[in-house]
Ligand binder design. Structure first.
Ligand code: 5GP
Length: 189
């Protein structure tokens, strides 16, 4: 998606540890016109699929998922990051290793919001090592729902998540795939 790639080149900042900061339009301040274009692009790419729900993970996936959901006309469910050790009630849980914070945490979704009938599209901001996507797809599996695919805004193609998940048969549509990046240049696939 050219508009997005141009924006990444213009406003993205590369930090230590292969982290791309896109706080000015995606992760802190949010450019809603760009989000609308992203949502329409996801809708077009998954136009052949039946989708009943969008699943994302707090916090940075929520904005994109909500704007995207307007084009699909379906609800958004976001997996909560569990802050306490005792998980109460009727929830599905799984584990995610945080790429940006180098620790692991549990995520959960209430059973009432993910059911066997659901055909789920995952939406997230980044795909790096794939742990967030694996955690979300585990929630879908626990619920007996169907994973239709994943819409990713920025995939870091030099990290293993995309390859690993596609090999497992997950349909992934990434709007910008970064082949390599350093202080001088960002190269897209
Ligand atoms: P993964 O689980 O695929 O390793 O990483 C995906 C998650 O980590 C995303 O939900 C995203 O929040 C965060 N993430 C991974 N790489 C980056 C990055 O380069 N920049 C930012 N801002 N977030 C990242």
């Amino acid at each position: 998606m050219q508009l997005l790639m141009d924006r990444i080149c213009r406003d993205g900042k590369i930090r230590e540890g292969n982290v791309l900061k896109v706080d000015s339009f995606l992760n802190h301040q949010m450019d809603i016109e760009l989000f609308a274009a992203i949502g329409q692009e996801f809708k077009q790419r998954f136009s052949d699929a039946e989708i009943t729900k969008i699943l994302t993970i707090e916090a940075s996936g929520i904005g994109i998922a909500c704007i995207t959901a307007q084009y699909f006309g379906v609800p958004v469910v976001f997996a909560k990051k569990n802050k306490t050790k005792n998980i109460a009630g009727d929830v599905y849980t799984s584990q995610v290793e945080s790429f940006t914070h180098a620790r692991s945490y549990d995520i959960l979704v209430a059973k009432e919001f993910l059911t066997q009938e659901d055909k789920v599209l995952i939406i997230d901001d980044f795909l790096a090592n794939g742990s967030a996507l694996l955690g979300l797809s585990a929630l879908i599996r626990h619920a007996g729902a169907t994973l239709v695919g994943a819409g990713i805004v920025i995939e870091k193609g030099f990290q293993p998540g995309g390859t690993m998940l596609r090999k497992q048969g997950v349909r992934i549509e990434s709007l910008a795939i970064i082949e390599s990046m350093d202080q001088n240049e960002i190269v897209f696939r």
